[in-house]
Design a protein around this ligand. Structure first.
Ligand code: ATP
Length: 359
């Protein structure tokens, strides 16, 4: 499948909430079936999804599916399935009646509907639930029924709008994994909207990052994570530390140490604006307590996490775009306290490369 979004804008009244978005989504390898649209609340990602579904009009631009312009195709003729944040099942009806809805509308024969409903219930791991009233379901079960309802008519494209947002944290990871398994098993091209970068990482083969109505990054997930285009995107993707960086021969030099370009996976001509580093990759030690980094920084706060001690350091002495730096304390040194001076050194290879300086 190929979905081409070309120069699309969407307005709500006077407000432009999607601005000049152009994207080509294809599910042929190396891309997988799932595209995650990721962005902070209010950036327009749900509106873009609704535009693809035909639920909001375009102010300008076109959307085409497998070469067909969708402008004149009403939502119910697009053959797209949709799942919303709050399942939106038909109340007072059974699970089976909900799943059968799209099949009845398409006038499937009764026996085929019964078979398909049973198949869908197995797929979403709710076997034997056909006769339950949907009003009695848990949030997670309701989302599974909504997914079964959307998939039953074999849609050409599945659109999921924050499908996990209303669920308890412990259910989210499991359902995210199950959704991926289900769309892969049914080979259904899928677009999922989320504000959570962990969810986007779990589900998306391709990731699109949106900000203020526009697209700031669109690539295979591993590339978006490793090479955020600017500092805003790096922070939004969870890279808490950004260090100014300079390429010198075959190393990238930061104030906390050198990183071989080989380790960073960048080519000779790739731009390097900053290095993005998680707290796990910075180890903090009191000054004088064994091998440390070259720069001593004051401790602002200490967080006792279940497995490690995290320190927040004042980074203002560094040429870093962020004022604070997160690092993990070495376990074999005395626990740091606010006000201590501490040195940090780079460990581990999981760094990101910010390809531009952005804002
Ligand atoms: N029906 C509507 N009428 C007017 N404004 C709307 C409507 N729906 C959304 N908006 C506004 O449009 C902007 C984009 O909303 P949208 O729901 O697309 O964002 P989002 O990125 O999906 O965020 P969220 O996750 O909070 O829904 C927001 O400022 C929102 O308040």
């Amino acid at each position: 499948m190929t979905l081409v979004v070309d120069s699309v804008a969407v307005d709500y009244g006077d407000a432009r909430v999607v601005r000049d978005v152009s994207l080509t989504l294809a599910t042929a390898p190396p891309a997988g079936p799932v595209t995650a649209i990721l962005g902070p609340s209010g950036c327009g990602k749900s509106t873009l999804l609704r535009a693809v579904a035909g639920l909001v009009p375009l102010a300008s631009g076109t959307i085409a599916f497998d070469g067909q312009d969708l402008a004149a195709v009403p939502p119910h003729r697009r053959d797209f399935g949709m799942v919303f944040q709050d399942a939106q099942l038909f109340p007072g009806r059974s699970v089976a009646a909900n799943i059968a809805y799209g099949l009845r509308a398409r006038r499937w024969p009764r026996e085929q509907i019964a078979d398909r409903v049973a198949q869908m219930l197995d797929l979403v791991r709710l076997p034997g639930m056909a006769r339950r009233r949907v009003d009695d379901l848990s949030g997670g079960q309701a989302q599974r029924v909504a997914l079964a309802r959307a998939l039953a008519p074999r849609p050409r494209l599945l659109l999921l709008d924050e499908p996990l947002a209303a669920l308890d944290a412990h259910l989210r990871g499991k359902l995210a994994d199950d959704i991926v398994g289900i769309v892969e098993a049914t080979a259904t091209p899928t677009i999922v909207v989320t504000h959570d970068h962990d969810e986007a990482a779990t589900m998306g083969d391709t990731v699109i990052v949106m900000r203020d109505g526009g697209v700031v990054a669109a690539d295979l997930a591993a590339r978006v994570w490793r090479y955020p285009p600017d500092e805003w995107t790096a922070h939004f993707l969870g890279w808490e530390n950004l260090l100014a960086a300079e390429r010198i021969g075959d190393v990238v030099r930061t104030e906390l140490g050198d990183l071989p370009t080989r380790q960073l996976g960048i080519g000779a001509d790739d731009p390097v604006g900053a290095v993005a580093i998680r707290a796990e990759s910075l180890r903090a030690r009191p000054v004088g307590a064994g091998p440390g980094g070259t720069v001593a920084l004051p401790v602002l706060r200490v967080r006792e996490l279940p497995e490690r001690t995290q320190v927040i350091l004042d980074g203002s002495a560094l040429n870093t775009p962020v004022a604070e730096l997160g690092a993990l304390a070495d376990d074999d040194t005395p626990p740091p306290r606010p006000g201590d001076r501490i040195t940090v050194r780079l460990v581990g290879a999981r760094t990101g490369i910010v390809t531009g300086r952005g804002d």
